[in-house]
Design a protein around this ligand. Structure first.
Ligand SMILES: Cc1cc2nc3c(=O)[nH]c(=O)nc-3n(C[C@H](O)[C@H](O)[C@H](O)COP(=O)(O)OP(=O)(O)OC[C@H]3O[C@@H](n4cnc5c(N)ncnc54)[C@H](O)[C@@H]3O)c2cc1C
Length: 541
């Protein structure tokens, strides 16, 4: 079997005891927790399975690799010194963009194509897409979220709507009205103030029917979007504007990209530093109400961060399972080694809870459960986005040395994983936002928490946690304990989501995450006889 090939000089069967490449998998149907969550929300499993097959194909997964090995490049000028401010992307990136726009992830929640749970249905597709590649989803998610903010200026939305909801990706650098479809980005963050957008110094000056914006943004991703929602200071205070790449007369708008960030991961996506030199823009929402206008958008992007992080955790777990089921050590498959089973089953348990939680949240928004959504969106983003890097790291280690190489997707996933926790409000900002939501609507908060306690209590005794959360909420020292409150609420909601779904793992989740020794490494929890079921459900053979 292991004879040397005379031509190549390699052993004939070099793949002996190596796990097969992961690919040509229906990412939807192979994921029991996901398909069950979709069924609970009344989604069309057949359509989602087609989407799962598309993103799980070996060809699509390889596009993800290629798009990241060939990052975008900024060309500020042409050969004659004219400003062109053009970012060149690899064809693999464009292919991924075309695919995700084709699946409607950029606008499907708003275009009426999904009358039944539109946000949740689109969320499933985002979760599937992110497993193939996360970077291109930046403009996709921003387009989806910008529609939320544009609703506050119906005339502008009406003008752009047909181009935004188009399922045709058009990469050409042309005025938006000449294109078959468009994408939208956003520029909030400045050097001196990211989280604190009120510290923005970029200015808007009125010129007849439009404004001209001068200043900069320290981060503005996907700079080849056709327009950007931008925050700038107007005489009446911080205001939101829509800034297209081309002025109405067809000339290039005064948007000057300075350079692209050299990032830890997220390599396929371009994140620019940019200056505006009197750039043409039109107002979105009332003057001085910039924060209120973008809040709709931010809530949608925060939910997307959580969904995408769950998808990343999922992809890491799939890689781990694929490996341990096919690799033997000491004459025994890794998947049959008790210490390995404990680790992977523990990740699977975490993912069971996070899938139940994040799709419960998406469905709550679809159903108009505003109090639940307001309190839990930041908490869920906090918990899931912060858990993913650790789970991805453990999944990487399950592949041993191979996991650490660039030949497999784990190294890229590991670099990508911390990002969702940072953008759209970093960890502390999420924890403080939970406090803010609770402070603004104390009665609705106590009602939501009460309902969570009752539902979660059917599976596990949460009285101690409930009392601690209530004490923290009422404490004058609550800000210092904001992370406890945030994680506690998210874990309570995860347990409630499992209980509501009649999950056989609800009680186990309470046992493993809310009691016992405060150990934090995967594999430390005693999952007993549930290990087999968790592993079997996580990835269909
Ligand atoms: C790859 C990438 C792409 C990006 N793309 C875009 C984009 O397209 N458009 C855009 O507008 N922005 C973009 N951003 C910026 C991103 O949204 C911000 O970096 C993020 O919101 C944090 O802001 P900051 O960097 O200014 O950090 P800061 O606001 O300075 O925060 C630093 C730290 O302090 C913490 N903190 C903040 N306030 C408090 C407080 N009151 N108490 C305790 N702790 C606190 C935060 O949690 C954080 O950990 C991007 C960032 C990255 C990394």
């Amino acid at each position: 079997m292991n004879e040397t090939n005379e031509m190549t000089g390699f052993l004939e069967d070099a793949s002996f005891n190596q796990s097969p490449a992961f690919g040509d998998v229906d990412l939807f149907s192979a994921d029991k927790p996901l398909s069950e969550a979709a069924a609970r929300c009344g989604l069309d499993a057949k359509a989602l399975a087609a989407c799962g097959k598309d993103y799980g194909s070996a060809e699509t997964l390889d596009l993800g690799r290629v798009a990241n090995e060939n990052p975008p490049r900024l060309r500020t000028m042409d050969g004659k010194g004219n400003r062109i401010d053009f970012v060149e992307f690899h064809p693999a990136y464009h292919a991924l963009m075309a695919k995700s726009i084709g699946w409607g992830i950029h606008s499907g929640a708003h275009d009426g194509s999904e009358p039944n749970a539109p946000l949740t249905s689109r969320a499933v597709r985002l979760y599937l897409a992110t497993q193939a590649e996360s970077g291109h989803l930046c403009p996709i998610t921003m387009t989806h979220a910008c529609i939320g903010a544009l609703k506050s200026e119906p005339d502008v939305l009406a003008k752009w709507q047909a181009k935004i909801v188009s399922r045709e990706y058009d990469k050409r650098a042309l005025p938006w009205w000449e294109k078959a479809g468009v994408t939208l980005g956003m520029g909030m963050t400045e050097r001196q103030g990211g989280t604190d957008v009120r510290a923005n110094i970029t200015e808007a000056a009125l010129h007849g029917d439009h404004v001209e914006i001068s200043g900069h943004k320290w981060f503005m991703s996907a700079p080849m979007c056709d327009a950007f929602l931008v925050l700038a200071q107007a005489p009446g205070g911080l205001t939101c504007y829509l800034m297209p790449r081309y002025r109405p007369d067809g000339s290039q708008n005064a948007i000057r990209f300075q350079r692209l960030k050299d990032k830890l991961g997220n390599k396929s996506n371009a994140s620019s530093e940019v200056e505006f030199h009197g750039a043409w823009a039109e107002r979105i929402g009332a003057e001085g109400q910039g924060v209120r206008t973008i809040i709709e958008m931010v809530n949608l992007t925060r939910l997307d961060c959580a969904i995408a992080s769950a998808g990343q955790m999922r992809f890491g777990l799939s890689q781990a399972l694929n490996h341990i089921r096919n690799r033997s050590v000491f004459q025994k498959r890794l998947a049959d080694q008790p210490a390995m089973r404990a680790v992977v089953a523990d990740i699977a348990l975490e993912l069971e809870a996070q899938i139940a939680l994040v799709f419960r949240l998406a469905h709550a928004i679809d159903k108009g459960e505003t109090a639940y959504a307001r309190l839990l969106t930041p908490a869920v983003k906090f918990l899931i986005c912060k858990s993913t890097p650790h789970a991805v790291y453990e999944s990487l280690e399950c592949l041993g040395g191979n996991g650490y190489t660039e030949d497999l997707p784990m190294a890229r996933l590991y670099r990508e994983a911390p990002l969702n926790a940072i953008w759209e409000g970093s960890g502390n900002v999420m924890a403080l936002d939970v406090l803010r939501a609770a402070g603004r609507a104390p009665d609705a908060t106590m009602e939501t928490v009460g309902a969570l306690v009752r539902t979660a209590g059917q599976a596990f005794d949460v009285r101690r946690l409930a009392a601690a959360l209530e004490k923290t909420l009422k404490s004058p020292d609550a800000e210092r304990r904001a992370r406890f409150l945030c994680e506690g609420l998210a874990r309570l909601a995860a347990l409630a989501a499992l209980a509501e779904a009649n999950s056989p793992f609800a009680t186990l989740y309470g046992d493993a995450r809310l009691t016992g020794f405060p150990f934090s490494q995967y594999g430390a929890a005693d999952l007993g006889a549930s290990e087999a079921a968790l592993l079997d459900r996580a990835l269909a053979a």
